[in-house]
Design a protein around this ligand. Structure first.
Ligand code: NAG
Ligand code: NAG
Ligand code: NAG
Ligand code: NAG
Ligand code: NAG
Ligand code: NAG
Length: 630
């Protein structure tokens, strides 16, 4: 009977009361947006078997409203089903609907289309921002209301905003607006809370009367001091660490982050021994499929894997950390009887030969069927209503460049990486904050192409307003380049049509790359592999490896697995969940290589990818060195 269900803060005894009984949660973070729906139940069950009584998830606004007013709530986006599934397994849910979530997720979950109004102040009481937020909350929160604990569902508490105190705006009116709207849509009974880092100035800006203030911290901090800070905002009520870090995030080009199991176990014991409630962030990290990763400033993008060194690996495998934390939890409460679902088997399907299909330039009619948008000066992605992936910027050389002439972005306006060619001859790359100038050669009137890649929007701090594309003018020598054509690329539809299948020889590549260049034109490669139905229990999960490849994007059977960049590392393999594979037909692999493919046009050296049964996410930075599996 729903009417008997209550979940409240007991201020007199510093605890929660669930149906009138003392309660504390031991929760784990799992982001449904980073897992295929196919695996939701497996991961939730493993979390339950570890002894958790709750899970915590973010709701990424941009995952559900990709374009203004266009909503996605089905299949992998079915957050209601995910919450129901947790409920069926006997797990409570702590919901974190943002609207900003950070999370190493593109733009911290805010939709890029907000930037169409360039002056908008995100995460503030800017009326245009509030109008968009309110419209979204008016769609999401009514779906959540029947899932609240009081209404017979599993949601015991709802977080408002996310670490708001560490954002520069410090706008209490914004937080008051959110409080009012959350109450309006969810009612007066639900526990609403905030989470902030353990600095007094963060709590001063992030906490608000009417929202229960909690803190977040990892291992190696003084836990007494950390909770003392929460007590400054909340003299009474349960102690709560809303993000106790089991691991840490990665960036391309930096070593893989790990946190020692002993340290996590030790701090978890300490937190639980104080009677506090805790959420382990992450319990299972998952994958930044497609283009969903975020980035930090100085610009550094996060890789495709969001393994996070969490107790369950990216592929959902049980780790030493899982069992160590389960043992800690067992000191405080019983864990469920019965078997723990085992790690899924992995299969090494072996090498697959890929053949060059088409360069991006040769496939423009398929990648951009509506044709280019023209403008004297370059337009940003949002002005083209292209939010993710790639835009090809094209103009012509205004004069002969017989000697190497600098093509430059004096205001660091290449966001984030441009693959440059002149008349089909690759010239090199321009890269945000690192390579602002590049020498090119070519004749007057030659076609200058820059394929510009959005590598993920900044998700934390004051630079989340992260415009993509050519966001300032380019110069050739000392003059500003003008007369641009911009081709926003619809990679997903093009890949699903297999770029109009074979044929369409690349006529644009007139000349060979200069011998000093080690770049090849950005191009699509395709291959396939069959999984013989004679072997039982296939398909199984696998990992794809890119021997000799440089940087790009990969799709299997039309599913966008994410970015690979083995020349940067530390991630060397991408997780391939079994549900995208099939035994009934050949599986199609499409690779968009942006920098340098390992094979030549004349087919003497075939390009291959390899499917292996072990992930490598902590590879060394230089690909010539041997790789160490994790
Ligand atoms: C931890 O913080 C508390 C409260 O601020 C303080 O009394 C204690 O000395 C600190 N412990 C250590 C080991 O620094
Ligand atoms: C471009 O070429 C000029 C002249 O050859 C040379 O001085 C300069 O260092 C080059 N710049 C880059 C970025 O390679
Ligand atoms: C490019 O330069 C032109 C002419 O100086 C200027 O009007 C325009 O605003 C610039 N565009 C960008 C994106 O900076
Ligand atoms: C070739 O490319 C790699 C990065 O992919 C770079 O480190 C190296 O300097 C380049 N070599 C030349 C000769 O351009
Ligand atoms: C699969 O790849 C082989 C070469 O490896 C090729 O002959 C065949 O046409 C491909 N099949 C499909 C369906 O693409
Ligand atoms: C194939 O192309 C590569 C690079 O352009 C070249 O080194 C090689 O000799 C070519 N092989 C044949 C058989 O033409």
């Amino acid at each position: 009977n729903a009417s008997l269900k209550t979940f409240k803060i007991d201020y007199s005894r510093d605890r929660f009361l669930k149906d009138g009984q003392p309660f504390r949660y031991i929760s784990g973070s799992i982001h449904y947006s980073r897992l295929p729906r196919f695996y939701w139940k497996d991961r939730l069950l493993k979390m339950k078997m570890a002894g958790l009584n709750a899970i915590q998830t973010y709701v990424p606004w941009n995952f559900h409203e990709p374009q203004p007013g266009k909503y996605q709530f089905s299949e992998d986006h079915d957050v209601e089903y995910f919450i129901q599934l947790a409920h069926e397994l006997g797990l409570l849910v702590i919901l974190r609907p943002g609207p900003y979530i950070c999370a190493e997720w593109d733009m911290g979950g805010l939709p890029a289309w907000l930037l169409e109004k360039e002056s908008m102040i995100l995460r503030s009481s800017d009326p245009d921002y509030l109008a968009a937020v309110d419209k979204w909350l008016g769609v999401l929160l009514p779906k959540m209301k029947p899932l609240l604990y009081q209404n017979g569902g599993p949601i015991i508490s709802v977080q408002v905003e996310n670490e708001y105190g560490s954002y520069f705006t410090c706008d209490h009116d914004y937080m008051r607006f959110l409080l009012k709207r959350f109450r309006y849509y969810l009612g007066d009974d639900v526990v609403l809370f905030t989470t902030d880092g353990i600095f007094e100035k963060y709590l001063n800006c992030g906490a608000l009367q009417g929202l229960y203030a909690t803190v977040d911290f990892g291992t190696g901090v003084n836990i007494t001091a950390a909770f003392k800070l929460q007590r400054k905002s909340e003299p009474k009520g349960p102690l709560i660490n809303s993000e106790f870090y089991t691991g840490w995030l990665d960036h391309w080009g930096q070593p893989h982050s790990t946190v020692k199991t002993e340290d996590v176990a030790f701090s978890l014991f300490d937190i639980l021994a104080r009677g506090a409630s805790v959420n382990l962030y992450m319990f299972t990290g998952g994958t930044n499929f497609a283009y969903w990763n975020g980035a930090n400033i100085p610009y550094s993008a996060q890789p495709t894997s969001y393994d996070y060194d969490a107790p369950l690996s990216e592929a959902g495998d049980l780790t030493e950390k899982y069992f160590a934390l389960r043992s800690v939890i067992q000191k405080f409460k019983e864990t469920p009887e019965g078997p723990i679902p085992p790690s899924t088997p992995k299969f090494a399907y072996g090498k697959v030969a890929l053949k060059k299909l088409k360069t991006v330039e040769a496939a423009l009619d398929i990648l951009c069927p509506s044709g280019p948008i023209k403008s004297l000066y370059p337009l940003k992605f949002v002005q083209l209503k292209q939010y993710f992936g790639f835009v090809l910027y094209r103009t012509t050389l205004p004069r002969d460049c017989n000697t190497p002439t600098p093509l430059s972005s004096p205001f660091n306006g290449v966001h984030d990486r441009a693959y440059v060619s002149v008349d089909g001859v690759p010239q090199g790359i321009l890269a945000r904050s690192t390579v602002l100038s590049l020498n090119i050669t070519g004749k007057a009137g030659a076609t200058l192409d820059l394929l510009v890649e959005n590598m993920g929007r900044v998700n934390y701090g004051k630079y989340i307003k992260d415009f993509k594309g050519l966001v300032s003018n380019l110069t050739l020598g000392s003059s500003i380049l003008m007369g641009w054509m911009m081709f926003p690329l619809n990679t997903e539809d093009a890949v699903r049509s297999q770029l109009g299948h074979w044929g369409g020889e690349d006529v644009r590549q007139h000349g060979k790359a200069p011998s000093s260049s080690n770049y090849t034109l950005p191009a699509f490669y395709v291959g396939n592999f069959s999984i013989y139905s004679g072997i039982p229990d296939l398909p199984q999960d696998t990992f794809i490896q890119f021997p000799g490849w440089s940087k790009g994007q990969v799709w299997i059977n039309g599913f966008n697995l994410g970015r690979y960049w083995p020349t940067q590392g530390p991630q060397m393999t991408l997780f391939v969940p079994q549900h995208i594979l099939t035994t009934s037909a050949p599986n199609t692999v499409i690779v968009l290589e942006l920098e340098h493919a390992p094979c030549q046009d004349n087919d003497t050296e075939p390009c291959t990818v390899a499917f292996v049964d072990k992930p490598v996410i902590s590879g060394t930075m230089a690909h010539s060195l041997p790789l160490k599996p994790v």
